[in-house]
Ligand binder design. Structure first.
Ligand code: E4P
Length: 231
């Protein structure tokens, strides 16, 4: 890993959890998606989405927050991207690599937003190095590959990340690789080792990185002996 990595993003819309890990200095950004916001109980339509996203953006500023469009209509994506990015300077916009039926307009929208509207885009819902390479060619600031879903399909996500890293380096692309869709604590370090700039992790896996059974036993021993010292 010869280059400086960016670090760990939190993959959540939970303000309290974000505040907890941000206070430790452990995170370098936050990613959300419509499913995450539904799970977090965000309601009241666009007012609710705006309120939660602005709260998170304020909480972590100037660290980046990814907020995803909720439509695959080209005009709607353009309108939403301008709206979402206007909520805070540190909000970048997530746009899926293509539509639910394989519609190809999305990369034109990505290119236009990045190059003409100066809006930072995180191209998401990608499963292969090839998809991410083209998203980077389109000018995406971030290219998000769903490592956990790639593994679930029976492929080796580490291979895809390694291939993507080599391709982006060969093209001297500035795009940052985000690997998301975490499922295990090991995912985080193995995806950094494979070449990710960023791993966006669900919060409980960060806890799993910190807490170790043998450390618990060791700390208990030290505290017990510390108490003995004071008798
Ligand atoms: C990251 O930004 C993705 O939206 C997220 O990690 C997807 O996770 P999932 O595959 O568990 O839905």
């Amino acid at each position: 890993m010869g280059r400086p990595l960016t670090g760990i993003f939190l993959d959540t819309g939970n303000r309290e959890v974000i505040a907890r890990y941000h206070a430790m200095g452990l995170i370098r950004g936050v990613t959300t998606n419509p499913t995450i916001l539904v799970k977090e109980g965000v309601t009241s339509g666009w007012d609710g989405i705006e309120k939660r996203c602005k709260e998170i953006a304020r909480l972590i500023a100037p660290l980046p927050l990814s907020v995803e469009v909720t439509t695959n209509d080209s005009k709607g994506m353009l309108q939403q991207a301008k709206r979402l990015s206007g909520w805070a300077k540190n909000i970048n916009v997530k746009i899926p690599i293509h539509g639910p039926g394989g519609e190809l307009e999305n990369l034109r929208i990505v290119h236009l937003l990045e190059k003409e509207e100066n809006i930072r885009i995180n191209v998401t819902a990608m499963m292969s190095a090839q998809q991410c390479l083209l998203a980077a060619m389109a000018g995406a600031t971030y290219v998000s590959i769903f490592g956990g879903r790639v593994n679930n399909m029976g492929y080796d996500s580490r291979r895809e990340v390694r291939l993507l890293r080599d391709l982006l380096d060969a093209f001297e692309s500035p795009a940052k690789i985000i690997v998301g869709s975490t499922r295990e604590v090991l995912n985080i370090v193995e995806w950094f080792e494979a070449g990710a700039d960023i791993v966006t992790a669900v919060p409980n896996l960060l806890e799993g990185m910190i807490v170790h059974p043998y450390s618990k036993e060791t700390v208990r021993q030290f505290l017990e002996d510390g108490a003995r010292l004071q008798r």
